[in-house]
Design a protein around this ligand. Structure first.
Ligand SMILES: [Mn+2]
Length: 460
């Protein structure tokens, strides 16, 4: 299992797709509604148009069960149909049922989330699985959905190569990493876009979230890194800058080497220098890859059509800008609340109860950004969430790669499994991130049990 097996598999599936395509009566494309999914979907749409094949595409925000989305595409047993899953995929159990029931349909998995067939079955022949995690690749750090969909498209038709820049937006959205930390296939795609002169990499101050703004606003709007000393306040940012004799009205991109050095010295424990990726022909939020991607994810959940339009636009509308500002503004506000709320801390875990502090639909993002920003003792596992109106605790579970290294490569999903076996509730996820629900009566019990569960992880 390695990279060259992945390459061979992808190549084979691309060729089979090309061979099969003439026989299809219908093609359905299903893609995810975040930045990575939207870019994946757009790339496949361009491929299908290039091949002159009519298709129907649907953006899915995953708020409903998969059964609903699959029933909506209305498969008919004697119709030859292709179903393409871009940056998402139903569970192995469900897909197996569909593949057996609709033998004349072919299913293409162009997804990078973990996937497993039910035990003891032979994978159906009408499923073409290009998932890179099958080959031991890391589904985020090494290859995100849009990188996979791009490479697939290029393998089908070399002229698709020119859409590398679209994939770079998806990569920025899913990896939540500095460009200098991009690896493997993600890196290859970025380099393709650089060679084609579609993107540029710049070095300097990185205040991702506010990279397009003047310095004081950028510091207040930065979500990666989040600056605890600024607390999302432009006034506080301005004060800090004035004390350092840096002009607060300077744009981030226009900072001199000296400014960069002084500012980095002031935030010595936070990484604020690095590379950032820009689209030279786009302006404002769309000029910067991280911010561009955030905007697509913010719009995509409710308004996928306007998110898709943004990809082709040189600059955004006032309305979209407002949505961006509201979202980032509240995320920074939530991170500030996160830092200030009293926490329950055990030897191996931290519990943060956001009930009545942060709106429910922002719990998970608050957890993710608290985690990537290391604004808690990240040698511990983070449980963040609160009481829902159904009387259950809904918890996002996050940990760092360092935590996993300390615990025999076990992380969120393993701890969740153990908790639900031992106490009850339900949930799932990946190594670094997961989610669970627990009856409220068990929440305190979890505080007492969690250290035992984590300390025994290596015995699982
Ligand atoms: Mn993705």
């Amino acid at each position: 299992m390695n990279k060259s097996n992945f390459d061979t598999n992808l190549e084979t599936i691309a060729l089979e797709f090309l061979e099969n395509i003439e026989k299809y009566d219908k093609i359905h494309l299903l893609y995810h509604s975040d930045a990575d999914g939207i870019c994946s979907g757009l790339i496949i749409e361009k491929l299908l148009s290039k091949l002159r094949k009519p298709f129907k595409s649907t953006c899915i925000n995953l708020t409903h069960p998969w059964e609903i989305y699959l029933s909506q595409i209305n498969l008919i047993s004697d119709e030859k149909t292709a179903v393409i899953f871009s940056d998402l995929c139903p569970s192995g159990e469900l897909l197996y049922q569909y593949a057996i029931k609709f033998q004349k349909a072919d299913f293409y998995i162009l997804d990078h989330h973990r996937f497993a067939w039910p035990q003891k079955i032979t994978p159906p022949k009408n499923v073409y699985n290009a998932n890179p995690t099958l080959f031991g690749l890391h589904g985020l750090k090494e290859i995100v959905g849009s990188a996979l969909n791009y490479l697939f498209s290029v393998a089908v038709d070399e002229s698709m190569s020119k859409y590398a820049w679209i994939a770079t937006i998806g990569i920025a959205g899913d990896t939540l990493a500095h460009i200098d930390d991009y690896q493997s296939y993600n890196r290859i795609v970025i380099e393709r876009a650089l060679d084609l002169e579609q993107v540029q990499i710049k070095k300097g101050i990185c205040l991702y979230g506010g990279q397009h703004l003047r310095l004081d606003s950028a510091m207040a709007f930065s979500i990666f890194p989040y600056l605890p000393a600024v607390e999302g306040s432009r006034k506080k940012a301005k004060q800090i800058l004035q004390n350092l004799s840096i002009d607060p009205s300077k744009k981030v991109e226009d900072c001199s080497e000296q400014d960069v050095e002084i500012l980095a010295g002031n935030f010595s424990d936070i990484k604020i220098i690095g590379d950032f990726l820009i689209y030279p022909t786009k302006k404002g939020i769309l000029h910067h890859s991280f911010e561009h991607a955030q905007l697509l994810s913010i719009l995509g959940h409710e308004h996928p059509e306007s998110a898709r339009l943004m990809v082709g636009k040189p600059q955004i509308t006032q309305g979209a800008k407002q949505e961006y500002n509201n979202y980032i503004g509240s995320l920074v506000h939530n991170l500030t609340a996160f830092v200030q709320i009293p926490k329950i801390i055990t030897n191996y875990a931290i519990f943060v109860d956001l009930t009545n502090q942060v709106p429910i639909n922002q719990w998970s993002d608050t957890g993710s950004f608290a985690s990537v920003n290391h604004i808690y003792d990240s040698s511990k596992m983070l449980f963040i969430g609160g009481l829902t109106d159904t009387g259950e605790y809904k918890l996002s579970v996050r940990c760092t790669p360092e935590f996993m290294k300390q615990h025999d490569n076990k992380g969120a999903v393993h701890v969740i499994r153990k908790i639900t076996q031992k106490l009850g509730g339900n949930g799932g996820g990946h190594g670094l991130a997961g989610g669970m629900r627990l009856p409220s009566t068990l929440f305190e019990k979890l505080h007492d049990e969690i250290d035992k569960i984590i300390i025994n992880l290596s015995n699982l």
